[in-house]
Design a protein around this ligand. Structure first.
Ligand code: GRF
Length: 201
């Protein structure tokens, strides 16, 4: 299965996908896109000899229309948003050519939506005094964090003393959950039934 990954930050989830042995031979990451010109995650893509593209900023190297065409040319079947901070244009979201998933560092539908990214999420979870947090992988629609949930994993945070500690614990499970979901999609084990999504063993 051909995959494209969209990133805005350091790219630890990208790395988790690229190094997960259970995905070897099952997926190929064809391109990494970022809204940032010198995105730190590009270094990881470079290490794995994967083409990188910077989209739509002041010194744009590529437009979303060109991204769309590239995705078609590379026969991408799955787009993975791994810490991508922008909304994806509806032309790409609504295309039947591929599926799009996102990883969110909390248990949706709580602690999601516009502006809820990075430490904003963990600060909100910390201030709510929630005792569990976790990671969610969901399909992407045209608004932030509202698509159907594919899989979630939770982590006990009843003893944590800071939002930073929550971030560390959640990131660890993100790195397991994202490759797991990608594998299930590649194996065609993610299916819709009525309004719900099931992941077969
Ligand atoms: C992750 O916490 C992801 O869930 C969120 O942004 C962060 C990206 O981290 N959407 P990284 O760039 O993968 O290290």
């Amino acid at each position: 299965m051909n995959v494209a990954v969209f990133v805005s930050g350091r790219g630890s989830n990208l790395k988790a996908v690229l190094t997960d042995e259970s995905l070897h031979g099952l997926i190929e990451v064809k391109a990494v896109f970022s809204n940032k010109e010198n995105c730190p995650a590009f270094k990881i893509a470079d290490e794995f000899l994967i083409q990188t593209f910077s989209i739509g900023n002041a010194h744009a190297t590529i437009s979303y229309d060109e991204v769309y065409q590239l995705l078609l040319d590379k026969q991408v079947e799955l787009i993975v948003l791994a810490g991508y901070l922008k909304l994806i244009p509806s032309k790409i979201v609504n295309s039947a050519n591929w599926k799009i998933i996102n990883i969110h560092p909390a248990l949706l539908p709580s602690f999601g939506g516009k502006g809820m990214y990075g430490m904003n999420v963990h600060n909100a979870v910390f201030n709510s005094s929630a005792k569990i947090s976790g990671a969610t992988v969901h399909f992407v629609d045209s608004t932030y964090d509202t698509g159907k949930i594919i899989a979630q994993r939770c982590v006990d945070i009843s003893d944590i003393k800071s939002p930073e500690e929550i971030a560390v614990r959640v990131l660890e499970i993100e790195h397991e959950l994202l490759p797991y979901v990608i594998k299930k999609i590649a194996e065609k084990k993610v299916r819709f039934s009525g309004t719900r999504i099931f992941v077969d063993e």
